[in-house]
Structure formats: C-alpha cells, structure tokens
Design a protein around this ligand. Structure first.
Ligand SMILES: Nc1ncnc2c1ncn2[C@@H]1O[C@H](COP(=O)(O)OP(=O)(O)OP(=O)(O)O)[C@@H](O)[C@H]1O
Length: 342
C-alpha cells in the first residue's frame, strides 16, 4: 500500500502508563501496570488469558474507565480526550463489528468518510487482501475475512497509533504473513502499533519490543530477542549415550558438540556422528513460558482475586467492540454500554 507519511508523530512516547489499576468487583484485573510505547514502534503485549491485556488496551483506547493510574495516549488522557484525538487512533478490537447488508467496499468507504484524512479505501481493501471480496456483503464473509475487514476499518482513518487486539485470530498462514507485511509497511509510514497476541511467532517476527503481562502487571519487558535475559536463551544440546538421552545447556554449543564427538570417539559416535544429536535454541515461546512459570512460582506473588461474576460499571464509550469507531459523527462520551458487562 502506498501511503503518504503522516508527519504527525508527536514528540515523547505514544503511550505512557504508570501505576494503572482496574478492579471488577473482587477481581483486580490490572494491578499497577507500567508501560511506555515509543512513537513509531511495534509493541506487543503478551500474556495468558485473563492477564489484563484487553482491559489495559481498552483503557488506552478510551473505551473503559480506570480506577487509578496515569495514562497518556498521544499526549492526552483517553478518559477525557475528544473527537480530534479519536481520529488519530485506530482500533481493531477482539470482536468483529456487527455485519450487515453493506458490501466490503461500502463499509470501508462509509468509515473512511468519518475521518478528516482517510486512506484510499480501494488501497486499504487491497492491502488487507479483500480485493476479490470488495462487492461481497459483509455478512457473507468468512471469519478470517471479517478480521481482515476489521483491520481495514482500523487503518482507513490513517491513524498515528493503531491498537490491534489479537488481530490475526482466524487468519490462514498466508494471510498472517501478508498481514505482517502490512504492519511493517505501516510502521515504515510512521504508524505506532500496539498489539496483543497469543502467537509468539507473530511477536517475534514483528515487535520491536514486547511486554509480558501476568496478574495485571508487566513481569518482563524488552526486545523479543532479549526478553528473559541470556540465561533463558541458552541453547540446549541433547544426544543419546549409553542408551539414554542426555541434555546439556550451554552458551557454546559448537565447542560442546566438538568435545562431545571427540569424547565419544569412533565407538560412541560412529562415522563421527553423535547419536540423536540436537541443538535447540529456545524460541520466544519457550522463553515466554519460562517467564510465566517463574512468575507463578515467585514467593509472595499475590494472584488477583477470583471473578465471582463481578461486572464493571464504568465504561466511557460504547463502541468498544469491533473495528474503528467513527470519530467525527460519533459522540466520544456517551450513554450506557454493554461492552464491559461480559
Ligand atoms: N466486564 C468485566 N467484568 C468482570 N470481570 C471482567 C470484565 N472484563 C474482564 N474481566 C476479568 O478481568 C480479568 C482480565 O481480563 P482481560 O480481558 O483484560 O484479560 P486478557 O489478558 O485480555 O485475556 P484474553 O487473553 O483471554 O483476552 C479476567 O479475569 C476477566 O475475567
């Protein structure tokens, strides 16, 4: 997609969160969360189900109230920011918006009209791979195609900051790769992207930095390739010796294997091959699982109280679900909402 650079990047972080708290009844969903997202980066928020990711993201989007904590998104507090601010952000929520008799093309065009400086709807439709479906009614789309439409609606307003909550759920592998390319091209255009995902390969492929959230707070933060520290990245060598599988963690696997081959000699390593030899470098997923396990075993960890069916009362904006809210026509603070009453 060819997109003109926005040139609107504000100085300072795109997102600043300090000491964020949010409770639903007896459930402490967000518990002192700190986060800074730099302008222009792709930032991934990782964490198991119920960690508080969506609650946090929806507070940043201005769709959910907070109990306390400092939150600045593009320099403004989402709880009080107005329509101009809303036009600067793009939102792809977890749930697809209600689909209708409108076609893909009509839906994207109608959303584009809500923004002061939208992208070309046809380019956006092509960028998300829905060119063939442009004249299809949205209710006739498959699940993965609906998600692509959500993404189209999230980016058509040319947002400076794009929120993506589990955007590639339901995508086939080819569509995921194409989507990654789209996100990279948005980053090149200067768009800041904050995404939550359960796909660790997605975070590894895309994110400049990632935060691991557990029990409503950040338990690890860093570039995907450094997250967890060097210890967590130490390669694992395994081989078979004396009929048993042996393993060794070593930061110098090449030297270790050379030594191993020499030690086993022609008898233990026929033809110079060490039986069952494997050298495995931990993936981000391995590191992530290790971090969560370590956190769960932390003495004094206070897991948040259980839900007990609590619901929240403090929504600020009703259009939390689905793709981009229309920023100009829609009121930014309106009436009751079902969004938080999950
Ligand atoms: N409206 C609500 N009323 C009561 N509890 C809620 C509400 N919304 C979320 N919760 C609870 O708050 C906690 C955090 O939920 P949240 O949706 O933020 O987690 P998440 O990390 O996004 O999870 P997932 O990966 O499953 O999307 C969970 O225990 C959830 O049950």
């Amino acid at each position: 997609m060819t997109t003109a650079p926005t040139g609107r990047a504000a100085p300072g972080p795109a997102v600043h969160v300090a000491g964020l708290h949010k409770r639903y009844g007896s459930k402490q969903a967000v518990d002192g969360l700190d986060l800074d997202v730099a302008a222009g980066e792709i930032f991934a928020v990782l964490g198991p189900n119920g960690a508080g990711k969506t609650t946090t993201v929806e507070i940043l989007e201005g769709f959910r109230s907070r109990d306390r904590g400092e939150v600045l998104v593009l320099g403004e507090d989402p709880a009080t920011a107005g329509r101009r601010w809303r036009a600067r952000i793009g939102v792809v929520g977890q749930d697809s918006r209600d689909l209708s008799e409108l076609t893909v093309s009509e839906t994207v065009r109608s959303t584009a009209r809500s923004y002061p400086d939208p992208r070309d709807p046809d380019e956006v439709i092509a960028a998300v791979g829905l060119e063939d479906k442009a004249r299809t009614r949205t209710r006739a789309l498959s699940g993965g195609q609906r998600r692509r439409l959500d993404v189209a609606l999230g980016i058509v307003g040319r947002p400076e900051l794009l929120f993506l909550d589990e955007p590639t759920t339901g995508f086939d592998p080819q569509a995921r790769r194409a989507f990654w390319q789209l996100l990279r091209s948005l980053r090149e255009d200067g768009t800041t992207i904050l995404l939550t995902t359960h796909y660790l390969d997605e975070a590894a492929a895309l994110a400049d930095r990632a935060a691991v959230v557990r029990d409503g707070r950040v338990v690890a933060l860093g570039a995907p390739e450094t997250l967890g520290g060097p210890e967590a990245r130490t390669p694992l060598v395994s081989w078979t010796e004396g009929g048993q599988v042996r393993t060794e963690r070593t930061a110098a696997p090449t030297a270790f294997v050379a030594h191993l081959a020499a030690r086993l000699g022609p008898h233990g390593a026929p033809d110079g091959e060490v039986p069952g030899l494997q050298v495995v470098r931990p993936t981000l997923e391995d590191v992530y699982l290790g971090l969560i396990e370590a956190w769960d075993e932390t003495p004094g960890r206070s897991p948040a109280a259980t839900d007990h069916g609590a619901t929240d009362d403090g929504a600020t904006i009703p259009e939390a679900a689905g793709a981009a809210a229309a920023p100009i026509e829609s009121p930014t603070a309106a009436g009751p909402t079902l969004q938080e009453q999950r």
